[in-house]
Design a binder for this molecule. Structure first.
Ligand SMILES: NC(=O)c1ccc[n+]([C@@H]2O[C@H](COP(=O)([O-])OP(=O)(O)OC[C@H]3O[C@@H](n4cnc5c(N)ncnc54)[C@H](O)[C@@H]3O)[C@@H](O)[C@H]2O)c1
Length: 361
């Protein structure tokens, strides 16, 4: 494909604007179109564009897809719209990067994965935690055997509550897929990537205990989990654990990921950006802990709120579009992350272990 690649964005809210700021940093990308039914979202997003006068605006994904103005499209509309939005983009044969979660239900995610398999363009699921440089270094370290034989993986996200979104769509599980799908698909994707295996059973204990309790939308109270513990057993015997807390605004590191193998333990801390390596030296010996800082391009850090990940992911997506580079997160990855999230949501609701086989995996 010739450069620069003409990009459209469907959904020009918070994440759409982050994508615009990052496209601005890529010389081989040019923003040419936005689609959003809300005029104020379009206006606000245009203020982020390098050349707003050259960006066409539409109120639907259909109109953008039919415009002939774009080669590649980023889907950054609310989770529950992804299926409807993807339909015309697939039909137009465009290259697609679809924000997580792929869809809110297994049925829709399966549909998207099926379409993507037959799609001639690149299809990429937005799973940007993989692309935070310290996380990428952590994954490489585990894969090259730094901890020995990996046995357990734990991920802690302690953060602020869900932000306010356009139309408050993220307050209800029917719109998001539920917190374990919406937010935690990132971490379930990381578990699969790091362990390089598939899960067999999931147990999640979680509830909405602190946030949103006094909020009402059309008389309805939000129904989204704000804290949970999830255990995921993998086919090869490794176990993974996710500790999510969304009323921990003051936590120093938002994400802490720990891999423990038979030889050592490796941690990655975000936003500190440090890897901490702790080899087993025996109970009575002095510890030999080393801490390494993994740098991130300051412009990429500045352009988003995901530790530079949006930039590095878009760079890799662009390489897939222009040079036939690898698709690092395909639709099947997106589907499987949704499936673990659905298992966790079901487990929390029904207070039981859910097997992946029940869901057809
Ligand atoms: N990768 C990440 O870490 C990350 C972070 C935040 C959000 N996201 C994802 O990005 C997507 C958008 O989230 P957000 O935080 O920007 O939400 P937002 O509410 O800030 O923005 C969504 C925008 O989409 C528009 N919209 C609604 N229906 C639409 C439709 N049918 N077609 C086109 N536009 C439509 C809304 O008017 C709004 O402007 C979600 O899928 C979310 O899960 C990913």
């Amino acid at each position: 494909m010739s450069k620069p690649v003409r990009f459209g964005i469907v959904g020009s809210g918070m994440m759409g604007r982050e994508h615009i700021r990052n496209l601005n940093l890529l010389p081989d990308a040019r923003l040419t179109a936005l689609a959003d039914p809300v005029a104020s979202s379009l206006e606000h997003a245009l203020t982020e564009a390098t050349n707003p006068a050259t960006v066409k605006t539409y109120d639907t994904a259909q109109a953008l897809a039919a415009s002939g103005e774009v080669d590649a499209v980023i889907v950054a509309s609310p989770n529950f719209t992804h299926r409807d939005v993807l339909e015309p983009l697939f039909a137009a044969g465009l290259h697609i990067l679809c924000e997580k979660p792929l869809c809110t239900t297994l049925e829709d995610a399966r549909w998207a994965a099926d379409q993507a398999e037959r799609h001639k363009g690149v299809f990429w699921t937005g799973m940007e935690y993989r692309f935070m440089p310290p996380v990428a270094a952590f994954v490489a370290g585990v894969h090259q055997g730094d901890v020995g034989r990996l046995v357990s993986l734990s991920i802690r996200e302690h953060r602020f509550p869900f932000l306010v979104k356009v139309g408050d769509w993220n307050r209800f599980s029917r719109n998001t897929g539920g917190t374990m799908v919406e937010k935690c698909c990132h971490f379930f994707d990381l578990m699969r990537l790091i362990i390089q295996d598939e899960p067999v059973r999931v147990y999640c204990s979680g509830a909405m205990d602190v946030n949103h309790l006094d909020e009402r939308y059309g008389g309805e109270t939000p129904d989204i989990i704000d804290n949970s513990f999830t255990t995921v057993d993998f086919a090869g015997g490794q176990r993974a654990f996710l500790d999510l807390n969304m009323f921990a605004d003051g936590a120093h590191n938002q994400e802490e990921i720990t891999a423990v193998g038979d030889k050592a333990r490796l941690d990655v801390l975000i936003p500190d950006g440090d890897l901490v390596f702790s080899p087993r030296v025996g109970f009575l010996n002095p510890k030999q802990v080393t801490r390494t800082h993994v740098p991130v391009d300051p412009a990429a850090l500045e352009a988003g709120s995901h530790h530079g990940a949006t930039f590095y992911q878009l760079e890799a997506f662009l390489a897939a579009v222009t040079e036939g580079g690898p698709v690092l997160v395909n639709a099947d990855d997106g589907l499987r992350a949704v499936a673990i999230g659905v298992a966790a949501e079901t487990s929390a609701r029904e207070k039981r272990v859910v097997t992946m086989a029940e869901l057809g995996f």
